[in-house]
Structures are given as C-alpha cells and as structure tokens.
Ligand binder design. Structure first.
Ligand SMILES: NCc1[nH]cc(CCC(=O)O)c1CC(=O)O
Length: 307
C-alpha cells in the first residue's frame, strides 16, 4: 500500500461499532495516517429475532467483516474484543488492543432500581447473555429473565417500551454513544465478559506493513489483562455464549484476576480469585481454568454442550 492512500477501516454499521471505528481512525490520524470507514453488514445485525444462542453461535457478528478483510475490501477491522471467538482459523490476527473503557455491566431500569430492595418482588429482567442471566439469577433467584436482541440502541428502545423492570448492558457500550444517563446502577458484583469494554483491531496475517502501523495503537496493560481473560475463556472450552465471566486488572504491579462459571439457572456457581505479579502472569488464565474445572465447573460446560 502506498503511503498516500487512506487506510480502509471495516466496521459494522451500528452506532456503537461506528463510534469504535472512528476512535481507531482518530488514533491513526494522530500518528499520521489518513483513514476511510467501510460499512459491512453482519448476519447478527440483520436477523434480530433469533436468539443469539441459536444462531450458529461463534462469529455471527464477525464473519462478514472477516470476509471483507480476506477479500481485500478493507485493510483493517475494528471489533468489540469480547465478540471475537477465542479460536480463529483464518489468516487474520489482532494487531492492537485499544485501551479498555469501563468494563462493568450496568442496569437500565426505566422505573428506577428501587424494586431490587424488595426481596419478594418477582422482577423481569431482559438480557440475552447466559453469563448475565446466570449471575443475575444467582443473586435474585425469584426473578425472571427474558431474551432481548438487537444493537444497543434497539435494546434500549425495547426496555423503554416493554413492561420489564430492567435490562442489562455493558456500561462502555452506553457511555461511548452518550447514552450513559440511562444507567440506573453499575453491577459491581457481576463478573464481566472476557475483554468487555476493549476493542481489537485486526489485520491480515500477511500484511506486515499494516501490522506495524496498527501495533502502535496497542495498549499494553489492556492487552495483558484481556489476554489472560481470553486464555481462561478459551480453556473453559465454552465459547462466547457460556455462563462464564472473567476480569483482570493491574494494581501496583500485580494482576488481580476474577473468574466465575455458573449453571444457566444460576444455582451452581464456581469462583476463582487470584493476585499475581505482572511478570508471572504467563499461565494465569490457563491455570485459573484448570482450577475452576477441577472444582466442578466442568459440569457447567457439559450442561452447555448438551444443550
Ligand atoms: N454483545 C454485544 C456487545 N458487544 C460489545 C458491547 C459493548 C461494548 C463492550 O462490551 O466492549 C455489546 C453490547 C452489550 O454487551 O451490552
């Protein structure tokens, strides 16, 4: 590619995806590169009714972008890192992980979150994430979970027009597109999805020039922490729809790591918490998966596989 042609950035069309792609464009411009956004429609964006768990799972949101990249229609692609499968057979690689925003889950409750303090109230909460469902039911066993599909904007519309008590969103997704004021509370007790709040920029494996450019955007601490989370998720052999959470952060040269696996009904729960010096974290995610599986979390995974 000549120095003077713009870097073509592939993105999905949703407001959040577009914001994320523009953020990468801004960062590339700061280091002297012109960019152009190319919009690509994914299967997961077109079919808004089938629950994600029934849509052939892995990669419903990423396949179209992957193809655009393999065909050479775009040079790089921006993804929510948590949407990327942990196994990638394609000649594409993550060249940069951008600095993580708020990793937390949040509750949007149009009537306010007051119902949470009434332990007899049988609330209805919307989420299509098994991880959120299981952790919510573990904490609020008499609540009901209903499925909700769509991008952040359409889900927000749905929670405002249905008579559900609330819905769960990634805080970063709402904040990035200036909808953070809809958040009724942050779910600090819920373990986020591996890599939640982080973006990944992908390049073709054979495109060394693009790799070198994009690698300059990498945020080392975020890459380290999300790498540990994804090692854990990978070894749980559970895929992105599993009721599994993982979160790592760095404080005073130590990585703090927290992971959880639950049955879908939230009744059985397996937890793991570690603090390890940054220099000794090479095996942390893998070791945590082994620990949880040997504690009994393997039954959770078997439940998912037999579904
Ligand atoms: N599952 C879809 C998805 N993928 C990334 C985000 C938000 C941004 C992020 O978590 O990085 C969302 C929306 C949500 O979970 O509410």
């Amino acid at each position: 590619m000549s120095k003077h042609s713009a870097i073509r950035i592939g993105t999905r069309k949703s407001q959040l995806a577009t914001w994320q792609a523009r953020q990468v464009a801004r960062k590339l411009r700061e280091i002297g590169h012109e960019t152009e956004l190319i919009f690509v429609t994914s299967e997961g964006d077109i079919d808004l009714t089938t629950p994600l768990t029934e849509m052939g799972g892995k990669g419903v949101f990423t396949k179209a972008l992957d193809n655009a990249q393999l065909n050479g229609e775009v040079d790089i692609a921006v993804h929510s890192f948590k949407d990327l499968p942990t196994e990638n057979p394609l000649p594409l690689k993550v060249a940069a992980v951008m600095e993580r925003a708020d990793p937390r889950d949040s509750l949007v409750a149009p009537g306010g979150p007051g119902f949470l303090s009434d332990s007899d109230y049988r609330a209805t909460i919307a989420t299509s994430s098994n991880r959120r469902r299981a952790q919510w039911l573990h904490r609020y066993p008499n609540h009901e979970i209903v499925n909700i599909r769509g991008n952040v904007n359409t889900r927000l519309e749905k929670v405002e027009t249905n008579d559900w008590d609330g819905a769960i969103f990634a805080a970063a997704g709402l904040q990035r597109i200036d909808l953070g004021h809809h958040i009724s509370g942050y779910l600090d007790w819920m373990v986020p999805a591996a890599a939640q709040g982080a973006m990944a920029v992908m390049v073709r494996e054979d495109d060394g020039e693009m790799d070198e450019i994009v690698a300059q955007l990498n945020h080392d601490d975020t890459a380290l922490c999300t790498g540990i989370e994804r090692d854990f998720l990978h070894d749980m052999e559970a895929g992105c729809s599993a009721p599994v959470g993982a979160y790592a952060f760095i404080e005073e040269e130590n990585v703090h790591f927290k992971a959880v696996a639950l049955t879908l009904d939230g009744r059985e729960r397996y937890d793991c918490e570690e603090r390890v010096p940054v220099s000794e974290t090479g095996e942390l995610g893998h070791a945590a998966a082994r620990t949880l599986l040997s504690k009994g979390a393997d039954t959770v995974i078997d439940e998912m596989k037999s579904d």
